[in-house]
Ligand binder design. Structure first.
Ligand code: PMP
Length: 397
C-alpha cells in the first residue's frame, strides 16, 4: 500500500492479516462454547511453542510486565533471596518487581554489550541460598541474547528456581523449556508471538507450581494470584465454563490464530528464519560500517538489532529521515547511552522484503544527512548473505 508505514520496532510488530481479522470478529461471551474451545486450544498450542509438554500455561489480560509481576508475586515470599542476571534495562525492571514483594535481590550485570559470565553466576549462587534467579533471554534495550541453558543447569545444581523473561524471544529464539529445565518462561503478545498488545503469557513448570502451592504466606497481589487463575486455566483446558476476571476475548481469538500460524510454520523452521534474516540484516549493517551494541555477533539477538549511530550523525534527524521513507524504527532505551543508538525489530512475521525496506530507508537517510556511504552496499551484503545462508532454499521469508 503506497504510503503505508512499516512498523519495524521491537514490539508491537507487524501482524499477520489473518490475526487482525480474527481479532476483528464479533466479541462473544467468554463462556460461549466456541470461545471455550479457542481458549483451550491456545493453552495447548502454547505448550508446543514453549516446548513444554509438562508446563502449566497462563493467559491473562495485561502486558509483559504483568507476566514478570505474576512470576514474582507467586514465587517470592518476604525475605527470599533472588538473583537477577541482567543484560540491560529489563533486568533492572525485574529487580524492582522482586524487591516490591520483599525479596533480597542481588543483581549481576555485565558491561554494556557483554553478558555475565557463568563463573560469576556460580560464585554468587555458592555464596548464599537463593530461591529464584531471573534472566532475560533477549534484552530489548541492548539486543543481547543470552544462552539460558547453562544458567538453567546452574540453577538446578544449586536448587534455585529459574525465571526466564522471554518477552523478546519466545517464538523467535530457540527455546526448549522442559529440556532445559527452566521453571518459568514468560512473554507478551505483541512481539514474536504476533498478536496486538494486551496479553501476558506465562508457562510454569510443575516444580514452580509446587513451590507456589507450598507458600507459607498469601500472595501479595490479588489480580496476579495463581490461586485465582489456575482453576480458570484448568477449566478452559477441560473445556468447561468458568470465570475470575473477564478474559480479553478478541485478543485470545487472535492468539489462537497466531499460535496456529506459528505451529504450522514449525518451531525449527521459524527459529531458522529468524536466524537467517538477522544474520543477513547484520551483514547489511556491517557493510555500512555501522557498529552493533553486542560486543560479538554470537551475543546478538535474532529478534532485534541495536545499532550505534555513526559519528557525526544526529540520531533524531536520522530516524526522522527514515520515517519519511515510511519505515518506523525505535530509538535507544538504555540509560546513559540512550541517544547514541537505535533499534530495529525483526521478529514474528518479518520477511526479507521488510528488511530490504529498512536497509533502503537507512541508506537514503544516511545519504540525505551527508554520511559517506556507497549506495546499495547494505542491500548487496544482505542479499549475498541470504544467498549464502540458504543456497538451496528459496523460502527465506
Ligand atoms: N521484558 C522485555 C525483555 C521486554 O522487551 C519488554 C517490553 N519491551 C518487557 C519485559 C515488558 O513488556 P511490556 O512492555 O509488554 O510490559
Amino acid at each position: 500500500m503506497k504510503g503505508r508505514k512499516l512498523l519495524m520496532i521491537p514490539g508491537p510488530i507487524e501482524f499477520e492479516p489473518e490475526v487482525l481479522q480474527a481479532m476483528g470478529q464479533a466479541t462473544t461471551s467468554h463462556i460461549a462454547p466456541k470461545f471455550i474451545e479457542v481458549f483451550g486450544n491456545s493453552l495447548e498450542l502454547m505448550r508446543e511453542v514453549w516446548q513444554s509438554p509438562s508446563g502449566q500455561p497462563f493467559i491473562v489480560a495485561g502486558t509483559g510486565t504483568l507476566a514478570m509481576d505474576m512470576a514474582a508475586a507467586n514465587l517470592i515470599e518476604h525475605g527470599d533471596n533472588a538473583l537477577v542476571i541482567s543484560s540491560g534495562y529489563f533486568g533492572h525492571r525485574f529487580k524492582d518487581i522482586l524487591d516490591r514483594y520483599g525479596a533480597n535481590t542481588t543483581i549481576l550485570e555485565a558491561p554494556i554489550g557483554e553478558v555475565v559470565s557463568l563463573d560469576a553466576i556460580e560464585n554468587e549462587l555458592r555464596s548464599k541460598p537463593y530461591k529464584v534467579l531471573t534472566l532475560t533471554h533477549v534484552d530489548t534495550s541492548t539486543g543481547i541474547l543470552i544462552d539460558p541453558k547453562p544458567i538453567a543447569d546452574l540453577a538446578k545444581k544449586y536448587h534455585v528456581l529459574s525465571i526466564l523473561d522471554g518477552v523478546c524471544s519466545v517464538a523467535g529464539e530457540e527455546l526448549k523449556q522442559d529440556e532445559w529445565g527452566i521453571d518459568v518462561v514468560l512473554t507478551a503478545s505483541q512481539k514474536a508471538i504476533g498478536v496486538p498488545p494486551g496479553l501476558a503469557l506465562l508457562m510454569a513448570s510443575q516444580k514452580a507450581m509446587g513451590v507456589f502451592k507450598n507458600r507459607k504466606t498469601p500472595v501479595g497481589n490479588y489480580y496476579a494470584d495463581w490461586n485465582n487463575w489456575l482453576p480458570i486455566m484448568q477449566a478452559y483446558e477441560e473445556r468447561r465454563p468458568s470465570y475470575f476476571g473477564t478474559p480479553a476475548v478478541n485478543l485470545i481469538v487472535a492468539l489462537e490464530t497466531s499460535l496456529k500460524i506459528i505451529c504450522t510454520e514449525g518451531m525449527d523452521k521459524r527459529i531458522q528464519r529468524h536466524q537467517n534474516l538477522a544474520k543477513a540484516f547484520r551483514a547489511g549493517i556491517a557493510a555500512l560500517k555501522l557498529r552493533i551494541l553486542p560486543k560479538t555477533t554470537h551475543l546478538a539477538a535474532h529478534t532485534l538489532s541495536a545499532v550505534y549511530y555513526p559519528k557525526g550523525i544526529d540520531g533524531a534527524a536520522l530516524r526522522a529521515k527514515i520515517t519519511e521513507k515510511n519505515v518506523i524504527l525505535a530509538g535507544g532505551l538504555l540509560a546513559g547511552i540512550k541517544s547514541s543508538y537505535f533499534r530495529i525489530g525483526h521478529m514474528g512475521s518479518v520477511s526479507s522484503n521488510d528488511l530490504m525496506a529498512v536497509l533502503h530507508a537507512l541508506e537514503c537517510a544516511l545519504l540525505a544527512l551527508g554520511h559517506p556511504i556507497a549506495s546499495g552496499k547494505s542491500l548487496q551484503a544482505f542479499q549475498n548473505e541470504l544467498l549464502n545462508t540458504v543456497p538451496l532454499n528459496p523460502v527465506t521469508n
